[in-house]
Design a protein around this ligand. Sequence first.
Ligand code: NAP
Length: 484
Amino acid sequence: MIFPDGLALLRTQALIAGDWCEAESGKQFPVFDPASGELIAQVADMDAADARRAIQAAAKAQVDWAQTPVKERSLLLRRWFDLVMQHQEELAQILTAEQGKPLAEARAEIAYGASYIEWFAEQAKRINGDIIPAPSRHQRISVIKQPVGVVAVITPWNFPNAMLARKLAPALAAGCTLVAKPAAETPLSALALAALAQEAGIPAGVINIVTGSDAAAIGAELTGNPLVRKISFTGSTAVGKLLIQQCAADVKRITLELGGNAPFIVFDDADLDAAVAGAIASKFRNAGQTCVCANRFYVQRDIYTAFSEKLEVAMRALRIGKGAEQGTTIGPLISPAALLKVQQLVDEAISCGAQVAYQSSVNATQGYFYPPTLLTQVPAHAALAETEIFGPVAALIAFDEEAQVIELANRSVYGLAAYVFTRDYARIQRLGEQLQTGMLAINTGLISNEMAPFGGIKQSGWGREGSIYGLDDYLNIKYINENF
Ligand code: NAP
């Protein structure tokens, strides 16, 4: 995608201490449009030394930002929210250019990310402490909450705006300053968001953005530098485990939003049209590249064929194409490697007995497109039932009994999101108790909003983003024992 003229928010330099700057080495790395493979930008390729400068800038800004009255922090966040929404279209165009998702989804991502800025602008004013009854006379126990300090933020390419906003907003509200490293595939959305934060008046050094292609080197500096008091990471479980190890050296706090493998369970009493609408929303948004994507469809045997046929009809209406083109509902995958991984998972499923019930065609000669694919008769042990597919492939597995499907659903090492379609109220309660997941959606394919706690259990992560709990990860509790 060639950028339209006049995109004022397009930045290719990193942001350190309020200055837009190149890497000390002068190096740059390329960013490509996944819908065409075309080069769209060359961005500052920073290394560990640049990251160190950014950390020092954040540490310098930390003292004053922590002491800035919450009302002022709140107003700055609110102003930033307003600017993001005023620039929604431009931010969406930048996002689609580097990430590939349809423009309508990009606009929705900008609004979703902004909703966290708005929410934490409000929550900043509610960082209340406690007075607790004391065990002795003339004693008072008081509790105050204080910012953890400098936070390093590492984000993935699948929601390059929202995953960053979901961390920056609570960190700033809590009084933390930060250094953020966006994914190398999608640095432009992060830089554009930071440009608006600067315009909103958020002081120099509070938000620093370090772009770079050597994630391991930058990550080692962020985790190893003692000035950084906390890491907030969204990405793969493999990298999350590595970061935990790296944080062990100085017992750095870490929160992790990691991979998922969501079961999508359809019982025979479900409203099948609602289940199909939920399946399309959950499975095919962002071409299947979301952490809460339905990954394994478990469908009760007596409605299996009816559900499969209805899902196929709905899938036939999906329009694959460039995200910037009117009417596109499925964009490309992020890279050739992503394309290969999805193809290999589908091939493996077919080799162990899965049937291709439907596969759309792809007309594009360029770009990393994978056709929406419906697989039936998928064996429960197929690799794609155990791995995040991260592509537009719906894999249907039949089940007979409630207890059996709970066991199948809980077999995964992940526990991020799960979806259940049923009209049986008692069953909803049972599954609510028994499914091992951080988030459970009943009779809907959409789960996330800023007022609800987003996060996983098991190997899907630690901590929650959004909601009244979302500030906790950025605050230390201090107990003061007052005797009088
Ligand atoms: P990834 O490979 O783990 O990358 C995520 C981020 O980590 C990128 O910025 C990446 O930089 C960086 N990184 C890679 N290696 C690193 C290292 N050794 N040290 C420090 N940072 C490192 O994941 P991804 O493929 O971009 O994202 C997809 C994954 O994210 C999926 O598993 C998905 O489920 C998960 N996700 C989870 C949530 C959630 O809320 N739970 C939300 C969205 C996505 P480079 O890009 O420069 O390599």
